[in-house]
Design a protein around this ligand. Structure first.
Ligand code: SF4
Length: 362
């Protein structure tokens, strides 16, 4: 059950293929491939892994013409609405549209100097129903905004870019401001949210590794989302792309903005009888694409495990050779420790089916 307290900011809505952004649509989760776009097989393998954990939108960099051609091959083979990430080049943006891009992300550079190039691109995108995401980050701020406070400069620069495309005839615009300081990021997005009805893509730029990136993103995105700001999210991390999606989903679930499988596990101690971390990690990955509410507890001993299991849909309380399995708070059996994972998988599938909770996705 999603929380009623999260009043979402009202925005216009854009469509990226069949995925809607803004206008009350479900907050979508994005990631970006880190395989070379010209490595078609590598990209398709990453896309499949991202889809398996519930990624809604996938972006690929298009730094040159060979990448634009490969983008077209990947889009055709996967059949997914892919986003092309373009820096500065209007020619590459047109090539990405030829290749079937369903959204273009432009790093604008000095757009004012190139208005004659914006207009035909904006008109073509409007005709095709392909939205643009314009935005700025702390590292690519126009020098004209030097001297302003960073949050103000980011807001002014982002709005200027978006307004250029809107004046050129494109209404389907998503805006992103990304600072690497999580608090500057919050403030800049707050300012932006007050002054426009564009859907906002939120994220922290150069957030760091799984540890620091996750903390900064949780603080920054958490604050914005709790205020109803943010329509699509990317948690940028210097690690496996799959972790970005898992992290984004956890942030949205913690704020009751998205349903999913919540795996509760204990920190382990001298009483621990089973591999709590390994088991919890496996369950999380197995259930990552399930968007139905289910709480699963994995605790290392019967002392707290049975109590916690009583508050969960499914619970494991670790034992010396056998562990206790609980369903809806009731003990349903004792399972040998080396058979726990298949037993849990079976129980989760049955649970979802019995609750008629839709697609199992595993
Ligand atoms: S649940 Fe049991 S094993 Fe886990 S930390 Fe608590 S006492 Fe230790």
């Amino acid at each position: 059950m999603l929380s009623e307290m999260n009043m979402r900011r009202k925005t216009r809505q854009v469509s990226v293929g069949d995925v809607k952004i803004g206008g009350g649509a479900k907050i979508s989760i994005q990631s970006m491939l880190n395989a070379k776009t010209t490595d078609v097989e590598g990209c398709i393998a990453q896309i499949n892994r991202l889809k398996s954990v519930g990624c809604d939108l996938i972006r690929l960099a298009v730094p040159d013409e060979a990448s634009a051609e490969a983008f077209g091959v990947i889009a055709k083979r996967t059949g997914l609405p892919l986003i092309a990430d373009i820096h500065y080049s209007y020619k590459l943006a047109h090539m990405a549209l030829d290749a079937g891009a369903k959204k273009i992300r432009m790093n604008p550079g000095n757009m004012r100097a190139e208005y004659s190039l914006i207009e035909p691109l904006a008109k073509r995108m409007s005709d095709l129903g392909v939205p643009i995401r314009v935005g700025v980050n702390g590292g690519s701020l126009d020098k004209r905004f030097a001297g302003l406070k960073e949050e103000l400069a980011l807001k002014e620069s982002a709005l200027e870019c978006a307004n250029l495309f809107e004046r050129a005839g494109l209404k389907d615009i998503v805006v992103a401001i990304k600072a690497s300081d999580p608090l500057v990021n919050v403030e800049a997005n707050r300012l932006l949210a007050k002054e426009c009805d564009f859907p906002l893509h939120i994220g922290v730029t150069e957030a760091g590794t799984l540890r620091s990136g996750l903390v900064k993103s949780s603080i920054s995105l958490g604050a914005l989302l709790a205020e109803g700001i943010g329509d699509t999210v990317r948690v940028s991390l210097s690690c496996d792309v799959v972790e970005e999606v898992l992290a984004a989903k956890k942030i949205l679930m913690a704020l009751k903005l998205r349903d999913g499988v919540d795996v509760v596990s204990c920190p382990t101690c001298a009483r621990t009888q089973i591999d709590v971390e390994g088991l919890a990690q496996k369950i999380e990955l197995m259930c990552a694409a399930i968007d139905e509410p289910l709480k699963i507890s994995v605790l290392g001993c019967p002392l707290n495990g049975i109590g916690e299991g009583k508050k969960s849909d499914i619970g494991v309380a670790g034992g010396k050779e056998k562990s206790v399995l609980l369903e809806d708070g009731k003990i349903v059996g004792e399972i040998k420790n080396d058979e726990l994972m298949p037993a849990l998988e079976k129980l989760i599938k049955e649970k979802l089916k019995s609750k008629k909770l839709g697609k199992i996705g595993m």
